[in-house]
Design a protein around this ligand. Structure first.
Ligand code: KIV
Ligand code: ZN
Length: 511
């Protein structure tokens, strides 16, 4: 009998702290539903005190998710804990995750609090959280650089106050597997009452050790891992959920625990998160990268054909690669379209949304003979990224690119309902289109990133474009997808501008 390994996904909170990865409420709901299908035990849906919009998104997720615990982060203060408590109220199973920094450098320079005050704030936060739910988690931020004696003291105090999960974060990604495992082992051994709680690990990837450190902690008794899809997260990211889950499953000979994740949902979840956040997955990324199961060399191909296990330790279909199948075509009807969307876990909120998506599907099927699941996901993601409150919309785009001539773009936009037009030259058609848009909008935003990925194979594939813009310290990602990559680029640029103009003030939990 194996222990349960609790998978705590923080894509919607720590993952969202990646530059430009801020998501709308609808986007968060789509990811939350998919995380539930994946079988995640706890979904950290956000940081309720960040803004009214963040609280609303957590509340909405808590209202629809039934099979995963829905959690909100809260700093150890009354306002945050109450905001978290209200946000998770509709949840069938809700958790408050409260935290405070415990390292000397954070206590002195960031919090400007004495250690006694930190312990007191942690205990008060846990007690208050218990008024909303009996499922309370406490984290000691920067535990990696905290003194062992102080960690033991604060953990004992919050366990006595009623915390059920104790999370030990390597906030700055500083540890190494042997040290991190040892820290977990000593904490479990030394803290009185440690057998009454679940020990959790939360590792950042600054030295590329997040997964290795998390697994080392699991080997020493941690039974919850905090992780994100595709390893998304602050700076170099968090431990990647798919890598942790597959390592534990594949090395059953070593681990005495296992998760309840439906691994066949891993690849679809990875794609969805990548599409929504605009963070492409590198081809050689373990488990979910396009090359993860591709065998280039002749020797490997020969071996795999003779006996798969010569070079493969996991089966591609077990992590969801087989979902990459041809689904629909030009003649497919509305019912087939609706059925496939629901098989993919995509729920469109209204008949109008379904009709709009179906119309876009028909347009796409005219341009592209074979429609794959990835095309459907991109299509719905593109629809969801357009909001009724968006200020800018693309009315039309004409580009001219010819040997020996300077590329030229003519763009017509709707700005809050009024049509405006501009012409510009550029070093290429995309550059000309962006210049024409900028001439009209005058956002002054800096272009931090422009990337194009093909969603499926073939020259008729849709190009998925990500544009990252920065203005006054704010960073946003915009996405667009089309078989015409200039069109997709203009859509992505406008999507980013709409986010930039629509952003509300948000507090960052760790600053
Ligand atoms: O990295 C960290 O310390 C965190 C805490 C808020 C848990 O994300
Ligand atoms: Zn973190």
């Amino acid at each position: 009998m194996q222990d349960a390994l609790i998978i705590f996904d923080t894509t919607l909170r720590d993952g969202e702290q990646s530059p430009g990865a801020a998501m709308t409420k609808d986007e968060k709901m789509r990811i939350a539903r998919q995380l539930e299908r994946l079988g995640v035990d706890v979904i950290e849906a956000g940081f309720a005190a960040a803004s009214p919009g963040d609280a609303e998104a957590i509340h909405a997720i808590a209202g629809v998710v039934k099979h995963s615990t829905v959690c909100s982060l809260a700093r150890a203060n009354e306002r945050d804990v109450r905001a978290a408590g209200e946000a998770i109220r509709p949840a069938a199973s809700g958790r408050i995750h409260t935290f405070i920094a415990t390292s000397p450098i954070h206590m002195e320079k960031k919090l400007r609090m004495q250690p006694d005050q930190v312990v007191e704030a942690a205990v008060q936060a846990v007690r208050l959280a218990l008024e909303y739910t009996d499922d309370v988690e406490f984290s000691a931020e920067d535990a990696v650089r905290s003194e062992m004696d102080f960690l033991c003291r604060i953990f004992q105090a919050v366990i006595d106050a009623g915390a059920r999960t104790i999370n030990v974060p390597d906030t700055v990604g500083y540890s190494l597997p042997s040290l991190w495992g040892e820290r977990m082992r000593r904490l479990i051994e030394r803290v009185p009452g440690s057998d009454k709680v679940v020990w959790s690990t939360h590792c950042h990837n600054d030295l590329g050790m997040a997964v290795a450190n998390s697994l080392a902690a699991v080997m020493q008794g941690a039974r919850q891992v905090e992780c994100t899809i595709n390893g998304l997260g602050e700076r170099a990211g968090n431990a990647s959920l798919e890598e942790v889950v597959m390592a534990v499953k594949t090395r059953r000979d070593v681990f005495t625990c296992d998760s309840r994740i439906d691994t066949t949902q891993i690849v679809p979840t990875s794609r969805l998160v990548s599409q929504i956040t605009g963070y492409p997955v590198q081809p050689n990324k373990a488990i979910v990268g396009a090359n993860a199961f591709a065998h280039e060399s002749g020797i490997h191909q020969d071996g795999v054909l003779k006996h798969r296990e010569t070079y493969e330790i996991m089966r591609a279909e077990d992590v969801g690669w087989s979902t990459n199948k041809l689904t629909l075509g030009k003649l497919s009807g509305r019912n087939a379209f609706r059925t496939r969307l629901s098989e993919l876990g995509i729920v469109l909120e209204s008949e109008e949304a379904l009709n709009a998506a179906f119309a876009r599907f028909k347009e796409l099927a005219d341009k592209k003979r074979e429609i794959f699941d990835e095309d459907l996901q991109a299509l719905v993601a593109a629809d969801a990224s357009v909001d009724a409150s968006d200020r800018f919309r693309l009315v039309s785009l004409k580009v001219c690119s010819e040997t020996g001539e300077i590329p030229h773009a003519h763009v017509t936009l709707s700005d809050g309902g009024s049509e405006i037009q501009a012409d510009e030259l550029g070093s290429g058609p995309v550059d000309a289109a962006f210049r024409a848009i900028e001439k009209m909008v005058e956002s002054g935003a800096g272009l931090l990133l422009y990337s194009v990925n093909n969603i499926t194979t073939g020259t008729d594939a849709q190009g998925e474009v990500t544009v990252r813009l920065a203005r006054n310290g704010r960073i946003v990602n915009g996405q667009g997808a089309d078989t015409d990559i200039v069109m997709a680029s203009a859509q992505a640029y406008l999507n980013a501008l709409n986010k930039l103009y629509g952003l509300e003030e948000r507090a960052h939990p760790q600053v």
